[in-house]
Design a protein around this ligand. Structure first.
Ligand SMILES: [Zn+2]
Length: 403
């Protein structure tokens, strides 16, 4: 206990002493940081940052950085122009309703712009995305103390996870959920097939209908209000399809249709994309350019630098609970220190020339000798090791790899 407290104090003190210089150095000349959020809500749901923490983060960024948009960053890179000093952009993936109800008021309070990448075919449907349904089914099973039944007909990797299900503690439930998500992703399924498998898993877990009120998308009217409030809108495909996995025709349709749908609903075209789950390939990028996009963001962790490929732009994932100071509360200076360290580290990795490292190796992030190291190592989440995500995600994530 005392050791933990002392560590937090050391981290907080180091952050207070260094954050200004580090942020200046990271979000510096020819570099920009693009932050990646999903949800802002106080509800206990995956992928969320609390309202209070988000407000503190935006206030911190507004005071310390030059807030720009992801579109401006992409346009500068595409034009071969230098990036403005201390540039930071805020982005949201998927299109959850709390982006409008919770995030927008905070952004407006601090006169900040953000970019919202929409899963266009999901907007306005009131439906749930597969990973949220899975999360809710597992919650129900854990509450009931249920054991999975009749899972033998499910694909082998999924059945294997269900066979060894342990829903006794919060930690084992989280591990079970992470393993199930990983097993489902291994199968290279389309969004429809994923929905189908998740319903089979629900039956196996004895779960009832999922509680959809916590997981709704925005309506198109809310999206129009976001746009009218000066926010930037981008595409995240129609159905959150994995572009390198689905057939080429489907991938192109996802890209083209989402552009057209958003353009029609907003009355103006969109030209920016965020790859679902960050997944892209050379062929997928060809389709993205053919569909008329001018830039695309991945989930690879790191800063955007002048000279980067405008269709492989990096971002820094932001999660709740990863930036606590000495008294266990959110600390803006620890937040600043963390994101700047992540960016600097990724940039150094890039500069060394992408040494071929396995995803497992990449999970073992090294921070050198510093009082922060123990804290950071503790935040490493094994769930992310096989997902090919960047260190930001492993470092602070509470839940699962980014959708
Ligand atoms: Zn997504």
């Amino acid at each position: 206990m005392v050791a933990d407290f002392l560590k937090r104090v050391a981290r907080h003190a180091a952050a207070l002493l260094t954050v200004g210089t580090r942020l200046r150095r990271v979000a510096g000349k020819d570099w920009a940081l693009v932050l990646r959020y999903h949800r802002v809500t106080d509800e206990p749901v995956p992928l969320a940052v609390t309202v209070r923490e988000f407000a503190a983060q935006v206030r911190f960024l507004r005071a310390r950085c030059r807030l720009v948009t992801a579109g401006e960053v992409a346009a500068s890179v595409a034009a071969g122009e230098p990036l403005l000093p201390r540039s930071v952009a805020i982005t949201f993936d998927d299109g959850y309703e709390d982006n409008f109800t919770e995030a927008l008021p905070v952004l407006q309070r601090y006169a900040a712009q953000a970019t919202f990448f929409l899963t266009a075919g999901w907007i306005g449907t009131g439906k749930m995305l597969w990973w949220d349904k899975l999360h809710d089914y597992i919650r129900q099973a854990a509450e009931l103390g249920a054991r999975p039944q009749d899972y033998e007909r499910l694909p082998r990797p999924v059945a294997a996870v269900l066979a060894r299900a342990d829903l006794r503690t919060r930690a084992t439930v989280a591990r079970f959920e992470g393993d199930l998500v990983a097993a489902l992703r291994e199968l290279d399924l389309s969004p429809e097939e994923l929905d189908d498998r998740v319903e089979h898993i629900a039956a196996s877990l004895g779960a009832e209908e999922a509680r959809d009120e916590l997981y709704r998308p925005m309506s198109w009217d809310q999206v129009r209000q976001l746009r009218a409030a000066g926010m930037e809108i981008g595409s995240h495909t129609m159905t959150h399809a994995r572009l390198p996995i689905v057939p080429v025709e489907r991938a192109f349709e996802e890209l083209e249709q989402s552009r057209k749908t958003i353009g029609r609903e907003l009355g103006q075209p969109v030209s920016l994309l965020a790859y679902p789950a960050g997944e892209h390939s050379r062929d997928a990028i060809d389709l993205v350019t053919e569909a008329g996009y001018e830039g695309a963001y991945t989930t690879a962790s790191g800063p955007v630098r002048a000279g980067d490929d405008p269709f492989r732009l990096r971002r820094i994932g932001v999660w709740t609970g990863g930036y606590r100071g000495a008294f266990g509360l959110f600390s803006p200076s620890v937040f600043g220190l963390q994101i700047s360290r992540l960016a600097r580290q990724a940039a150094q990795g890039q500069a060394k020339g992408a040494r071929a490292r396995s995803p497992q190796k990449r999970g073992q992030v090294r921070f050198g000798r510093s009082p922060l190291r123990a804290f950071e190592a503790k935040r490493t989440c094994p769930l992310f090791r096989s997902q090919g995500e960047g260190p930001a995600m492993r470092l602070v994530a509470r839940w699962r790899p980014s959708p």
